[in-house]
Ligand binder design. Structure first.
Ligand code: BGP
Length: 488
C-alpha cells in the first residue's frame, strides 16, 4: 500500500462559522445580524433554492420581534459561545493543527455603524484564539461569514451601500489590530461568489428594498463593494502586519458537462468561469474581460470610485481558500434530463456518483480536480477550508454515533487530496473538515443536517441537552492525524 509523505507544516483542521455554532445572539452587547432572521425551513423547495432563500423586508422585521427558539435556530446555534473551552479541548485532543472559525461582526460592532467597538466581543474572541494557541492550534479567521449586522441591512442597504465598505473596514481593522499576535491566516469574506446565489444570507440584500433598480445590478454593485473592502484589508495587513497571510475564498463546486457534446462542455466551462471570475479578480487584480463583457451584455453598470481599480490591482490575496462538497453536471439544454435533488446546487443528475441525503452528489475526484484547476490557473497556495458531509446521524442508546458514511466520505476525499499533493505538484497549505461539532446548516437552518465530528444532543425543535458525544468519525480523524506527516 502506498504511503504519503506530507510537509510537516501542513495544517490539518476543522472548520465552522460563528453564526452556525455560537448562539448567545443577544448576550454581552451583541447586536442582531441577518443570520438571526433566517427561518427554519422544514419543507425546503429543493428544486428552487433561490426562491426558498429569498426574503422580504416584512419577514425580516417580523423575525426581529419573534423570539421563539424553533424558528430561529441560528440565534442559539449549539451554544459554542458558552462551550468553547470544552469544544476546543475535545477538538484539540484529535490532534488538529488548525481551526477555521469566523467572527460575528455584530458582536464587535452591534449595529455595524457604532463609533466604538464592544469590548466584551473583542475579549471573547481574544480568549477564543488564546485557547486555540494553548493547544498549538493555528486559528484561521474568517471576518465575514454570512452575517452582516441587521442595522446595516435595514438602514443602509447592506453591501450595496458604499458606506458599508467603511464600516467593514473599521470592523476588520479593529479585529486585526486586536488579534494579529494570535492569528496568522485571515479570510475577509466567506465564499465571496455566493452573493450571486443567495444575496440575502451572503450579503444582506433584500430585493424589495430596490423597487426601482434591476436587482441583478444591485447584486453586482454589492459584489464590487466587497472586492474593494477585501482589497483594503489586504493592503492594511500587508503594510501593517507583513507576517500575516490574507486569502480570498470561493466555492469550488466542480461543474462537469453532462456528456461530451461540445455544447455541454462549453456550458460547463462557462459556469466554472463565473465562479473563477471571483478568484481572478482577487488573485490577478482585475475584472477579467469575460466578466466585463457579460456585465455589458446584461446592461449591468457598476459604479466605481476613482482608485478602486488601482486598489484591487495592487492588493491581491496571498492564498486561495475554497470549500468543496460536491460536483454537478450541466447541459446547454436540460429539458428532459433528470435533475439533482440538491437543496443548494442545482444540476443534472450524474449517474456515476452517489448522493447524500440532501442530494449533493459525492465526488472525491472532484476535489482533486479543483486543486489541479485552481493551481493551474493561479500558481498560488491553496487551502481547503471546508469539506464534509451533511447527514442525519443517530445517537444510539449507548450514546454512540456510527457515522461510517462520513468516514467513507472523508477518507475518499482526503485520499484524493493526498494523491494530488504527491502527484500533481500543487501547493496546499491545509485541509479543514467542515465541521467541528454539529451545527445549524447554512442552507436549511436545521441542525438535523449534521456535519460535526462531535454530535450535539439537540433537535430541530430546539429540544435537547446540548451535550456533546464523539462520533466514530472523530476517532477516525484522530487516528489519521496520529500518523503525523507520513500517512499510510
Ligand atoms: C458552505 C458554507 C458553510 C456551510 C457549508 C455546508 O457553503 O460556507 O457555512 O454551511 O456550505 O452547507 P449547508 O450547511 O447548507 O449544508
Amino acid at each position: 500500500m502506498k504511503s504519503y509523505q506530507i510537509d510537516p507544516d501542513f495544517l490539518w483542521g476543522v472548520a465552522t462559522s460563528a453564526n452556525q455554532v455560537e448562539g448567545g445572539w443577544n448576550e454581552d452587547g451583541k447586536g442582531m445580524s441577518i443570520a438571526d432572521c433566517l427561518r427554519y425551513r422544514p419543507q425546503l423547495d429543493v428544486t428552487n433554492y433561490k426562491a426558498a432563500n429569498s426574503i422580504s423586508s416584512k419577514q425580516v422585521k417580523e423575525a426581529m420581534s419573534d423570539l421563539s427558539t424553533k424558528n430561529w435556530a441560528k440565534r442559539h446555534g449549539v451554544d459554542f459561545y458558552h462551550n468553547y473551552h470544552e469544544d476546543i479541548k475535545q477538538l484539540a485532543a484529535m490532534g488538529i493543527s488548525a481551526f477555521r472559525f469566523s467572527i460575528s461582526w455584530a458582536r464587535i460592532f452591534p449595529n455595524g455603524d457604532d463609533q466604538e467597538p464592544n469590548q466584551a466581543g473583542l475579549d471573547y474572541y481574544l480568549d477564543l484564539v488564546k485557547e486555540m494557541n494553548k493547544y498549538n492550534i493555528e486559528p484561521i479567521m474568517t471576518l465575514s461569514h454570512y452575517e452582516i449586522p441587521l442595522n446595516l441591512v435595514l438602514n443602509y442597504d447592506a453591501w450595496y451601500d458604499r458606506r458599508v465598505i467603511d464600516f467593514f473596514d473599521k470592523f476588520a481593522k479593529t479585529v486585526i489590530d486586536y488579534l494579529h499576535d494570535y492569528v496568522k491566516y485571515w479570510i475577509p469574506i466567506n465564499e465571496i461568489d455566493s452573493i450571486i446565489r443567495h444575496p440575502f444570507s451572503s450579503a444582506g440584500l433584500i430585493e424589495d428594498r430596490f423597487p426601482n433598480k434591476n436587482f441583478k445590478n444591485v447584486i453586482y454593485q454589492a459584489m464590487h463593494n466587497q472586492f474593494v473592502a477585501s482589497a483594503r484589508i489586504i493592503k492594511y495587513c500587508h503594510e501593517t502586519y507583513p507576517d500575516l497571510k490574507i486569502g480570498c475564498m470561493i466555492t469550488s463546486t466542480m461543474v462537469y458537462p453532462y456528456n461530451s457534446d461540445p455544447k455541454n462542455v462549453l456550458r460547463a466551462t462557462e459556469i466554472m468561469r463565473n465562479v473563477y471570475a471571483f478568484s481572478d479578480i482577487q488573485i490577478r487584480g482585475q475584472y477579467p474581460k469575460y466578466l466585463l463583457k457579460k456585465l455589458k451584455e446584461e446592461d449591468i453598470k457598476i459604479e466605481e470610485e476613482a482608485g478602486d481599480k488601482d486598489l484591487i490591482k495592487r492588493n491581491t490575496a496571498d492564498f486561495i481558500a475554497f470549500s468543496y462538497y460536491s460536483s454537478v453536471c450541466t447541459a446547454y439544454d436540460t429539458r428532459g434530463l433528470q435533475v439533482t435533488k440538491a437543496n443548494r446546487i442545482n444540476g443534472v443528475y450524474n449517474k456515476y456518483l452517489p448522493e447524500s441525503e440532501w442530494g449533493w452528489q459525492i465526488d472525491p475526484i472532484g476535489l482533486r480536480l479543483s486543486l489541479i484547476k485552481l493551481y493551474d490557473r493561479y500558481q498560488k497556495p491553496l487551502f481547503i477550508v471546508e469539506n464534509g458531509l451533511g447527514a442525519s446521524d443517530v445517537l444510539t442508546s449507548d450514546k454512540k454515533i456510527h457515522d461510517d458514511y462520513r468516514i467513507c466520505y472523508l477518507r475518499d476525499h482526503i485520499q484524493q487530496m493526498l494523491v494530488s499533493l504527491v502527484e500533481d505538484g500543487i501547493d496546499l497549505i491545509g485541509y479543514c473538515v467542515w465541521g467541528t461539532t454539529d451545527m445549524i446548516s447554512a442552507s436549511s437552518n436545521q441542525i438535523s443536517k449534521r456535519y460535526g465530528l462531535i454530535y450535539v444532543d439537540l433537535d430541530d425543535e430546539g429540544n435537547g441537552t446540548y451535550k456533546r458525544y464523539r462520533k466514530d468519525s472523530y476517532y477516525w480523524y484522530k487516528k489519521l492525524l496520529s500518523f503525523g506527516n507520513k500517512i499510510p
